[in-house]
Design a protein around this ligand. Structure first.
Ligand SMILES: NC(=O)c1ccc[n+]([C@@H]2O[C@H](COP(=O)([O-])OP(=O)(O)OC[C@H]3O[C@@H](n4cnc5c(N)ncnc54)[C@H](OP(=O)(O)O)[C@@H]3O)[C@@H](O)[C@H]2O)c1
Length: 583
């Protein structure tokens, strides 16, 4: 990157296209994670060399199915390493989860996920890629395609992601067989244990609970109560991410317990941190139970006639959450695997849960983190609500469904005028300005900035920052922060600093790096910096629009197709040696 930065006058860097995912294989998960996620972590952590990254395309091919996995099934697929019976590449889904967090932690970075059609010809694929990268397709309808950052191509059609409300049958009843076994990984954890009790209520008589640690005294007493109610509970110790542990456990189930009919994968850990500081060890600690773990469960059950295979995923892989890049990637992998299983004619459901109240990892979160999520409009799932939703979604036919109570207007206003394209259909159902008064106030503020003198401008910016920082810190109007006091003395942590950058970008259309609050460590110095960035005749609309790129993709494609293979290799060699010289 430093070498490229040196050539910036001659060859300005216009974009980075990440294609390494295309080289990965679901049977090689360690290398897959290195090529997809570690390479991106390295890139992001090296960015000080470039100061600001140009647009970043995370390219995959065949992550998602056709969208009709519930009805169009391929049965008896011979699935072995290297086999290409299906063109789906679920392992590349890791990058889609990571991409959503990149977008949040780096508000100034234009990061897009692009899933190419695995069944398209090489020529078509190249054309689509060049079209997307060098010439953003023109706007359609009321959403500018320039703002789309989750795109896939299937059978020549460009499709974009939208979150929509699902319609569920509400009078369904889960009926479980007393002569079958049901397995829950993480079954001694908060949510896993709620599900275990629920399965027994619904008729299950043989439960297998998997965890790495023996049950505590309280857990043992609870298990005894479940056994008094007529259930046979086997606690089997093992690490779901270790193939050997899982082979032993499955052997035990096969030889000593009634036939396995259902799997609920609820094992998981979190270890949050911003991508800029995240070590690879921290990343893989969180992906292990969900990536290697899910794949082990898939391999060991694919020949067993299961009624259900449910992954407990998180809303983080759908919406992103700053500080959870590792967790989002891990959960996105599970979302990919359940679609893949459906494609193979096997049961699969990924539930993207919001935070549960009172039990499990969300309930153990620090108060500060919980209040941050609440201030964004997220509400907790009461255990009885969660169990009811579980029953309903299990009866449905989706491969993936999100369950999360949220105050939509409150949630959507955090994006200001820059609602993510994914949420644009939902957002159109609400009158956000009427709900919040945020819009008119902000417009007045921006208008005033244009009219005012230099001195007043600074006062206005400081006032804006004081009230924004107060909101993030959840302080009252009588306890406003001192502009000279350091952000971290005021109680801001790194996630709040990211929230501040995102809020400023949403309000003023100015992108700040996630490190701005370190470089400008109090309101006063940040205001000085913002004053330089806000042009005196400020037009927020113009700022937020991506400039049209004028390179002609047809020229590039015809240029490439006119080269012989030797000429292409030679051109590539020359470009690489030029780069080598600089390094
Ligand atoms: N709670 C929520 O609000 C929420 C929201 C969204 C998604 N989820 C998902 O729902 C699942 C359950 O969450 P929870 O809140 O119940 O978490 P939890 O209370 O922390 O329980 C997780 C369980 O997973 C087990 N586990 C972790 N790593 C394992 C491994 N490698 N092999 C085997 N077992 C392992 C842990 O036991 P050992 O440490 O003994 O192994 C623990 O019992 C997780 O996958 C989580 O991502 C939860």
């Amino acid at each position: 990157l430093e070498a490229i930065a040196q050539t910036k006058d001659e060859f300005p860097l216009k974009g980075i296209v990440h294609l390494w995912s295309l080289e990965t294989d679901v049977w090689e998960l360690a290398t897959t994670q290195e090529l997809t996620c570690r390479s991106i972590l390295n890139l992001l952590q090296a960015t000080p060399a470039l100061l600001k990254l140009p647009p970043l395309w995370l390219v995959t091919q065949g992550v998602m199915g056709t969208g009709d996995e519930g009805t169009s099934l391929v049965s008896n697929a011979a699935e072995t390493p290297g086999d290409r019976t299906t063109n789906m590449q679920p392992q590349q889904a890791l990058l889609w989860g990571l991409g959503k967090v990149i977008t949040m932690e780096y508000p100034g970075l234009d990061c897009r996920c692009l899933d190419l059609d695995p069944n398209a010809s090489e020529e078509e694929t190249l054309k689509v890629l060049v079209e997307e990268v060098v010439r953003h397709p023109v706007s359609k309808g009321n959403v500018s395609t320039n703002t789309e950052n989750q795109i896939r191509y299937r059978q020549g059609a460009r499709q974009v992601a939208r979150l929509t409300q699902a319609k569920l049958e509400t009078d369904t009843k889960l009926v479980l067989e007393n002569q079958s076994s049901y397995l829950i990984t993480g079954g001694l954890g908060g949510v896993g244990w709620e599900i275990a009790k629920f399965l027994v209520q619904q008729g299950a008589r043989n439960l297998v609970l998997i965890g790495r640690n023996a049950p505590s005294e309280t857990a043992t007493e609870s298990i005894q109560q479940l056994e008094k109610a007529g259930a046979n509970v086997s606690v089997l110790l093992g690490d779901v991410s270790k193939e050997k542990d899982m082979v032993d456990i499955f052997q035990h189930i096969q030889t000593s317990l009634p036939p396995l009919k259902g799997v609920i994968h609820a094992a998981g850990v979190i270890d949050d941190g911003l991508l800029q500081q995240m070590s690879w060890q921290q990343f893989t600690k969180v992906t292990a139970p969900k990536v290697e773990g899910t794949w082990n469960l898939h391999k060991l059950t694919k020949d067993i006639p299961l009624d259900f295979f449910v992954c407990f995923s998180s809303i983080t892989s759908v919406l992103g959450n700053p500080g959870q890049g590792n967790y989002a990637a891990a959960n996105a992998f599970m979302d990919g695997i359940t679609q893949y299983r459906r494609h193979l004619g096997l049961p699969g459901l990924s539930i993207n849960w919001g935070g549960w109240a009172n039990v499990g990892m969300a309930a153990r979160m620090e108060a500060q983190q919980q209040s941050r999520l609440q201030s964004q409009g997220f509400q907790s799932i009461q255990p009885e609500q969660g169990l009811q939703a579980f029953e309903e979604v299990l009866a449905g036919n989706q491969a993936q469904i999100a369950v999360f109570p949220v105050d939509w207007p409150q949630f959507l206003t955090q994006f200001g005028s820059m609602t993510p394209a994914l949420l644009s259909d939902l957002a159109s159902q609400f009158d956000l300005q009427a709900q919040t008064n945020h819009g008119p106030k902000l417009r007045e503020f921006l208008e005033e900035l244009k009219r005012t003198t230099q001195e007043q401008r600074q006062r206005l910016i400081i006032d804006y920052l004081v009230s924004t920082v107060a909101k993030i810190l959840r302080r009252s109007k009588t306890d406003l922060p001192d502009p000279e006091e350091g952000f971290f003395n005021l109680g801001m942590d790194s996630l709040m600093a990211v929230d501040l950058s995102r809020r400023i970008q949403a309000d003023l259309g100015i992108s700040l790096s996630s490190t701005s609050t370190f470089e400008y460590p109090n309101i006063q110095s940040l205001a000085d910096y913002l004053e330089e960035l806000i042009p005196s005749s400020y037009d927020p609309q113009a700022e937020s629009e991506t400039p049209e790129v004028t390179i002609n993709s047809e020229d590039i494609l015809s240029g490439i197709s006119q080269l012989s293979e030797n000429e292409m290799e030679q051109a590539l060699d020359e470009a690489l040696s030029e780069l080598d010289l600089l390094l």
